[in-house]
Write a protein that binds this ligand. Sequence first.
Ligand SMILES: [Zn+2]
Length: 404
Amino acid sequence: MEHSDLAYLGRLFDTFYEVGALPDGGVTRLGYTEAEDEMHRRFTALAKELGCAVETDLAGNTYAYLAPADEYILIGSHLDSVIEGGRYDGVAGVMAGLLLLKRARDERCLLPLKVAAFRCEESSNFGCCTMGSGLVTHQLKEGPEQLARLTGKNGVTLGDVFARRGLSLTPPRITGVRAYLELHIEQGKVLEETNTRVGVVSTIAGPRRWKLQLKGLAEHSGATPMSMRQDALCAAAEIVLAVEQIGRREAALCESVATVGVLQNSPNALNVVPGAAELGIDLRGSRLDSLDRMEQDTLSAAREICQRRNISLTESKLSELDPVSMDPSLQQGLMAAADRLGISCRNMPSGAGHDAMAFAPLFPTGMVFIPCEKGISHNPMESTSLLSILDGADVLWAYLTATR
Ligand SMILES: [Zn+2]
């Protein structure tokens, strides 16, 4: 039994393998592009081979199910990737869903399962994440006009892309969902480092993102005395370390994280005192009080540093999402299912965003994580094992068949 499950997962993986493949081993399958379309075509073919009916919605998402029902347990994830991404982010969850459909068919089990492959979960093409799942759950913060103006990597607006495809930026809200479940690679290294086979997600962290622009004075690096400088990069450097300190402090309290992932230096010349710098700051945590503290402390540190160094500071908030909790009874049920199977399991927050965020406000929602090698994700080196995907799928199956 287990052997044929692994063989089936292997075949699914091979079917998706070459889509958007890059010479360095990774893949680029951006949302609402031909590569993502091809992933959905292959998903459709695999589902039809199982005897499933296949449907799409007005956001371009694809659904597969064995028999019609009024209410489904929806198992979903996405088939797009970041630029030069890996082959498991999103795909692992869709593979697990197909495996469970196959199991339901083979065992003549009447579970009302529906598997969803969502569009454009990554922000890599249009700068907006969980687009497919967010549109059909009406959970996107951006309105239709704002979405229509978003411009993809190839210069075409989302409005034009949707018009050409006959899709709608105001699709009807999804109904008939009894519960939403998602399997996903962890994209971190907690499971691997703690030797744990699956994680049950407690909360999906809310990101708060800021752009700080620092303006000093670009001057001759030989002729400007140290005491007379307005060096924007030095101020930025202090801010980077202050953000790290704030993140470390909050991590100890509640596993929050704080990152300066973007740093631009201008004019970036060897013989010029840096006159301007720009920082992109990403604060994430599963508790609102921690997010508030990190945000306030980051801004007051930046203000103090800039004032002391005679640098002018412009602050702009790029985005804000609240943390999203997974359904408590689903968490318990999934943990208990792992326990029954003898699969080691831990309850853990998710630092990364997922399609499950869009469903959690509307339907009971749960997520299972599986380890990924060295925690590497959004990278061609991203990897997990088929055995881990099977572990996660087994936990979902054990939960579903126990609560039927
Ligand atoms: Zn993902």
